[in-house]
Design a protein. Structure first.
Length: 407
């Protein structure tokens, strides 16, 4: 008991308050693999334990309704969270994931390289003369949003509203949501559901090759049918999840280009390593710093017994900087190999959009180094707390202004 009481404590509020949490993560790792969290929580910070627990079937993602109600309150957003694949356990998770994997097939994702390149070049063409732009607002945000809009075949005039409402809906994933933001999230769910229901009706009348049509076709062919409510809510989730990870990965890489110039030079000297560069960007600052699980039965790990019903917080970003696994983790090395980062999670809840994020990120950095001979800082970047990180707050890059010199 004394050992437990003397453990350091890491709370969600700590993550909200600290722009650079990596020194905090290091202190946790130096203490040991596990520390206390909030009431009924255990927090794991080292790679070995985090990796093992991500794959442990004794941990689930389906939290009691009361857990979500504490954050977002009762209403449409709470109901939405109970339907989406990321918050379901077997057998519902298996049923939903099978549908989404079939719809977003590897072949479909591989075929996106050229369309993504056209999107990226179209955005970069705007800055050929100005030679200044913001890597976040002008590239990291519009690329994945445009890709997801095209994948779902959302009509052009509707895309800005869908993106705006999806940003409001993202707040439902936060731990700390003030009442006005709760109302905003609930309202966004209502509007987006109504809009997506209209698209579903249209695709049933005139199916195409878009992702929503593929989802409907997969449901029709499947042995276990999904309700329209499940199709609509998971289509909305795929749209949001499709840009959250990619946006943060592009922002991280762009920020490293200007803050650690050796990364830019590495990529120019060896353009063939762009794939491993993207993995390093993902490792260096994970798009989602942590994920939570619920103990479905007792688990013994790291000398600790986790009782059934306890919440387990897995610090992905800390595990990605574990000195036991990664040499000099605070320095970005675009040729790092092996690079067993955990930014895409693991186990049955491994990120559905990992392949898509890799295609988009790879194309973005290929085009950046091909089109510009130099990318330099053009002002102070902006960091803000992100409340949409799947119930774990962290600070995200909101602006990375750069000046470029054409190649």
């Amino acid at each position: 008991m004394d050992t437990v009481l003397n453990m350091p404590r890491f709370l969600m509020d700590d993550a909200r308050a600290v722009r650079d949490p990596y020194p905090v993560y290091r202190r946790l790792r130096d203490y040991g693999p596990v520390c206390r969290g909030g009431p009924g929580q255990w927090v794991f910070s080292r790679h070995e334990e985090v990796s093992a627990l991500l794959r442990d079937p004794r941990l689930g993602r389906e939290f009691p309704e009361e857990y979500q109600a504490v954050s977002v309150g009762e209403g449409p957003a709470n109901d939405y969270l109970r339907r989406i694949v990321v918050d379901r356990d077997r057998p519902d998770h298996t049923r939903l994931r099978r549908l989404l994997v079939k719809s977003l097939s590897p072949a479909m994702v591989r075929g996106l390289r050229e369309p993504v390149a056209r999107i990226v070049d179209g955005l970069l063409d705007r800055f050929a003369d100005e030679r200044r732009f913001d890597l976040v607002a002008d590239l990291a945000v519009p690329v994945p949003m445009t890709v997801m809009s095209e994948l779902l075949d959302i009509p052009g005039p509707d895309r800005a509203d869908v993106a705006r409402l999806s940003t409001s809906l993202a707040q439902a994933f936060a731990v700390f949501i003030p009442p006005d933001k709760q109302r905003e999230a609930h309202g966004a769910v209502v509007e987006l559901r109504e809009y997506m229901a209209g698209l579903v009706r249209e695709r049933r009348r005139r199916p195409g090759e878009d992702l929503l049509s593929r989802m409907l076709a997969a449901v029709k062919e499947g042995e276990e049918p999904l309700t329209d409510e499940e199709i609509i809510d998971n289509a909305l989730f795929v749209y949001y999840a499709g840009f959250e990870t990619t946006t943060n990965a592009i922002a991280t890489g762009g920020d490293l280009f200007v803050r650690q110039p050796h990364t830019q030079q590495q990529l120019r000297d060896r353009p063939g390593v762009v794939g491993s560069a993207l993995e390093e960007f993902m490792r260096y600052d994970a798009p989602i710093h942590a994920t939570t699980r619920l103990a479905l039965e007792p688990i013994e790990i790291a000398g600790l017994t986790i009782r059934k019903g306890r919440v387990v917080v897995l610090l992905l970003a800390s595990a990605n900087h574990d000195e036991r696994v990664f040499h000099d983790p605070a320095r970005a090395d675009l040729t790092r190999s092996p690079n067993p980062h955990l930014s895409f999670g693991g186990g049955v809840h491994h990120c559905l959009g990992a392949a898509l994020a890799r295609v988009e990120g790879t194309v973005v950095f290929e085009r950046l180094v091909a089109r510009f001979a130099d990318i330099e800082s053009a002002g102070e970047g902006v960091w803000e707390p992100s409340e949409g990180g799947f119930r774990f707050p962290y600070w995200a890059r909101r602006s990375v202004p750069v000046a470029v010199r054409p190649a």
